[in-house]
Design a binder for this molecule. Structure first.
Ligand code: BES
Ligand code: ZN
Ligand code: ZN
Length: 470
């Protein structure tokens, strides 16, 4: 959709009218002196008709000022009524502040997300222009909101894409195309380059698949020549069967979403470039398919890694930490970023701990933790701290190699996974790991099965904005 600012509403055209709870005076200007069956309860809406037969959508945005809730209400309205929208729609946004307006736009854009991309009959779509009346200059919230919403949709489409389409190479091509269009750098390391450069852990995980692994390196440099402000690393397992330590078949189809961390990294770098943020950012996606085959890596194998630390494989289903180990070592050695954040659908353990309500956050840097928590609460992509206690290190000691990839214990799985990653950060003082296994993929009002949530894009975008050099 397109969003433009206008000065005055046309009373004969379709309109969205946000209404706070029990504040319906404005609505009465359009509907006359009737008593509507509508109180402005959050995320409810009612359609009225103007004199010209035009639609007026009264949209409830609830009692308190809450930009996130406003976004959700707009998303629902758009999803439920988009099929009736014509090529222009008006929005009375004068009572919304800049943050609320931006969230409304993000929400509307997200409401256009079409999950049924592989259906033979596609829903007809109208390219609607939303004409917005705001207070003051609203170009910023309109443009940013449209960009963020559209990017989240692209990221959701990536995560929802089936694994027979979405191979590591496909993720690489996605990034290459985005980089070409949005003027940032993208380098793809294919099997040959990974072998030459020693990405042995990524290669081990990908060995069982006919779709070879790819490491995607994206770089957006607003100040070429300066250091890297932030490095992002994403787990890009395009399908996780568990490998020879095979997973049960129930819900296995959801393991197409095991590249949710990678998707966030791709989306945030794209957004940084499109928004022209004054930041130097590198995104690394370590992508492989964890498949079952006679060539698959085995439990008991000892493999090497980019860092040259040797790893004893206890469980081939603990594959995410292996590809991330190489991704982290690589980004830290090659780019020396000031801050490093990795995102991964890493463990079932974090889902048992925090369910679908927050990502597990691991860092020894309290400043990063506070900042991330605050932003998470603000954008409603919450993170909750879990510890990196030293005593968990013994769980990862191997008799025959430098470390093993699984403690073998049925407890604290999210923590031992994070401790494993920490061993590949070269004691970086500004590293954070986010385990998004419970939040990247879940229930929604528009799908029967679980689907991508887009979790992480707004969180990390807002976080990197805090590193912008003034
Ligand atoms: N991709 C899974 C984690 C996961 C579980 C993501 C549920 C989304 C929803 C990961 O690779 C995995 O299988 N982890 C194992 C590790 C274990 C074998 C040490 C787990 O958490 O059970
Ligand atoms: Zn796994
Ligand atoms: Zn996995």
């Amino acid at each position: 959709m397109k969003y433009i600012s206008i000065e005055q509403l046309d009373p004969d055209k379709d309109l969205i009218l946000p209404c706070r709870k029990n504040q319906l005076e404005l609505l009465k200007e359009f509907t006359g002196n009737i008593t509507p069956d509508f109180e402005g309860e959050h995320a409810t809406f009612q359609t009225f008709y103007g004199k010209a037969g035009n639609r007026i959508y009264a949209l409830g945005i609830g009692e308190e000022k809450d930009a996130v809730k406003i976004g959700k209400a707009f998303q629902k309205l758009c999803f439920d009524t988009k099929k009736y929208w014509k090529d222009t729609m008006q929005l009375q946004g004068a009572a919304l502040n800049a943050e609320e307006l931006q969230k409304a736009i993000i929400g509307m854009e997200m409401g256009t997300y079409q999950i049924g991309r592989f259906k033979t009959e596609q829903k007809a779509t109208t390219e609607t222009t939303i004409q917005v009346v705001g207070s003051g200059d609203i170009a910023g919230p309109l443009n940013e909101g449209a960009l963020i919403g559209a990017t989240i949709n692209r990221i959701k489409a990536l995560v929802d894409a089936p694994a027979n389409q979405k191979t590591p190479e496909y993720l690489g091509n996605w990034a290459k195309e985005s980089a070409g269009l949005n003027k940032y750098k993208c380098t793809l390391l294919g099997k040959k380059e990974l072998e030459e450069q020693g990405f042995d852990a990524v290669l081990a995980v990908g060995r069982g698949s006919e779709n070879p692994p790819v490491v995607v390196v994206t770089e957006y440099m607003a100040r070429p020549g300066d250091g890297i402000d932030i490095g992002l690393v994403g787990k890009g397992i395009t399908f996780d069967t568990g490998g020879l330590s095979i997973k049960p078949s129930q819900n296995l189809h959801y393991m197409k979403s095991d590249m949710g961390g990678a998707a966030v990294v791709l989306g945030v770098v794209e957004l940084a470039a499109r928004m022209g943020l004054n930041i130097n950012i590198v995104g690394v996606v370590a992508s492989a398919e964890n498949a079952v085959d006679s060539k698959s890596y085995r439990p008991g194998d000892v493999i090497n890694s980019y860092s040259k630390k040797t790893i004893e494989i206890i469980d081939t289903d603990a594959e995410g930490r292996l590809v991330l180990a190489d991704g982290l070592s690589y980004i830290i050695q090659k780019f020396q970023p000031h801050q490093v954040i990795d995102l991964a659908t890493l463990t079932g353990s974090v889902v048992r701990t925090l369910a679908y309500s927050a990502a597990g956050m691991f860092t020894n840097n309290s400043e990063m933790a506070t900042k991330m928590s605050d932003i998470g609460n603000r954008v409603n992509e919450r993170v909750w701290p879990l510890p990196l206690y030293e005593e968990f290190e013994t769980d990862l000691e191997s008799d025959i190699a430098d470390l093993r990839n699984f403690s073998g214990k049925p407890v604290a799985g999210a923590i031992t996974a994070a401790k494993f990653l920490q061993a590949f950060t070269n004691e970086h003082k500004q590293w954070m790991h986010l385990d998004i296994a419970g939040v990247a993929f879940g229930d929604s009002h528009y799908a029967k099965m679980k689907s991508s949530s887009g979790f992480g894009v707004q969180l990390i975008l807002e976080y990197i904005k805090t590193s912008i050099k003034k």
